[in-house]
Design a protein around this ligand. Structure first.
Ligand code: ZN
Length: 343
């Protein structure tokens, strides 16, 4: 049996089958990085898709992003898998299009040569250019002239400057890179009730967010203390976040403090989720699987796909699976792998 990397054919990259279900191979490739893949996925890939997988994996390695388990579809049971699971459709969606295309190339080049003032050489006469970092940084899929077009477009925009056979990222280019990196935020904002009854949920959400390569930010402040300063802070945290997790659980209603009932549905969660939606951010909905919480959700959100959780002796579960696993995979499938290493 061959022990080549399934995407770039490097010899000795395949470290064999993992003892897990579904069956996956463990790859340590000096070109594509470390990942797992299933032979089922590979058999279903067209030549063009395989080339895209190769380029995207090489870019992930360049940007030092977390390790992935590449499968055709996400299985029901995730036990035994070491790396974050990404199905074929989600993975290929990472291929940039439209105006993102040049932004992503610029970001890649900033990882390729992170020192401002240093030059990059695009060796267009190289015999096997596709194992060379600059070629995949430009998303070059064997289309002749594609890389030249991208480099020219970045020069025209003032982000790159040519000097002889070398290129350099300009001050304007670094400014652009800086703003792109901020936009590629690695934080998630968590909107939920914070009290003793929701502590296990908070812990599991943080575990899921970290497992998907993000950091969780939440403002653990009591509703009663909300004032303008706190609201500014909430808005800023949501603006900086890549996505929002909103839990619509109802907690027990308690005493009235300063004319406000404590507990019940948390209005702040609706505000925060709605604000995030208006900012074009993805919002993942969760809710405790009890009649009170479910029936008191506002009809505006009832139709939205929600992860229902239960806190039992076996921990926090969703549909019989570990809630943290279910949420982590929802994040990776809908938002994508975060910038921090999950392992
Ligand atoms: Zn490889």
């Amino acid at each position: 049996m061959s022990n080549q990397c399934p995407f770039c054919d490097e010899e000795g990259a395949d470290k064999g089958l993992r003892a897990s279900s579904p069956e996956v191979h463990h790859i340590c490739c000096s070109v594509c990085g470390e990942f797992e893949y299933s032979p089922v996925l590979l058999r279903g890939l067209s030549g063009d898709e395989r080339a895209k997988y190769r380029v995207l994996l090489q870019i992930r390695k360049l940007r030092r992003l977390g390790r992935l388990c590449l499968l055709e579809t996400v299985p029901k049971k995730l036990n035994g898998l070491m790396f974050n699971v990404v199905d074929k459709i989600s993975f290929l969606k990472q291929w940039p299009s439209g105006s993102h295309f040049f932004d992503e190339i610029l970001l890649n080049l900033s990882f390729l040569e992170p020192v401002p003032g240093k030059t990059i050489r695009f060796e267009t006469d190289a015999r096997d250019g596709h194992s060379r970092p600059w070629a995949y940084a430009l998303y070059d899929l064997d289309r002749k002239g594609a890389q030249k077009f991208s480099v020219e477009a970045l020069c025209d925009a003032g982000f790159l400057k040519q000097s002889g056979s070398h290129y350099m990222i300009t001050a304007k280019g670094w400014e652009r890179i800086e703003s792109l990196r901020t936009k590629e935020s690695g934080t998630a904002f968590v909107a939920m009730w914070f009290d003793d009854s929701t502590k296990p949920l908070k812990r599991e959400i943080e575990k899921a967010v970290a497992g998907a390569g993000y950091r969780a930010e939440a403002l653990t402040v009591d509703e009663v203390e909300h004032n303008e300063y706190i609201m500014d802070k909430v808005i800023n945290l949501i603006n900086d976040a890549r996505f929002v997790i909103a839990d619509f659980t109802c907690i027990e209603e308690g005493e009235v403090i300063n004319g406000k009932v404590k507990g019940g549905s948390r209005g702040g969660v609706y505000f925060e989720a709605g604000y995030a939606k208006g900012q074009n951010k993805q919002v993942i909905l969760t809710c405790r699987n009890d009649e009170d919480s479910k029936s008191r959700r506002h009809f505006d959100i009832e139709q939205i796909n929600t992860i229902f959780w239960e806190d039992s002796d076996g921990g926090v579960k969703a549909g019989g699976l570990l809630f943290a696993d279910v949420l982590k995979n929802r994040i990776i499938q809908t938002i994508g792998q975060g910038p921090y290493d999950a392992n």
